[in-house]
Design a protein. Structure first.
Length: 156
């Protein structure tokens, strides 16, 4: 029975890695669930410290996933309209599919800047900031999930 729990835990870990790219699947929390399955049911306990660190990082990644595109839009010179556009782009992109989440902040920031009366070149620069935020968030999630997978492999 223990082997089945281990296989299930690794499926969750891999599903979490896929979730780093898919918008409706929260990658790090799903992978963290895989670690919990290994810890409690798979017969391979982790230290409480490691589990707490991964829990905090997983929760932080959920928050950062929504705020990074908005923050980088601002850092690239975007106005409040661009930030709101990036926010609406992220939210609307959730309903469009994988490409919607990838392009949503970019398109939303661009449209928001244009609606605020900025020139196309300025709006484009702001939209690049939103896209950088998306890439940064995806990279951070991949590193976190990669660390969880590494921890799980080394505990087996």
């Amino acid at each position: 029975m223990e082997l089945l729990w281990i296989i299930f835990a690794f499926l969750l870990l891999i599903l979490g890695l896929v979730g780093c790219f898919l918008p409706l699947l929260p990658g790090p929390p799903v992978s963290f669930l895989g670690l919990l399955v290994l810890h409690y049911l798979g017969g391979h306990p982790f230290s409480s410290y490691l589990l707490w660190i991964y829990a905090i990082l997983s929760l932080s990644s959920l928050i950062l996933d929504y705020y990074l595109p908005i923050w980088t839009t601002q850092k690239y010179g975007g106005s409040k309209a661009g930030q709101w556009g990036a926010t609406f782009g992220v939210l609307l992109g959730l309903f469009v599919g994988p490409w919607g989440v990838i392009l949503g902040p970019f398109v939303g920031a661009y449209i928001g800047e244009l609606l605020a009366g900025r020139k196309s070149q300025e709006a484009w620069h702001s939209a690049k900031g939103a896209f950088v935020g998306f890439l940064l968030g995806t990279g951070l999630k991949m590193m976190l999930v990669g660390g969880m997978i590494w921890s799980a492999i080394h505990h087996i």
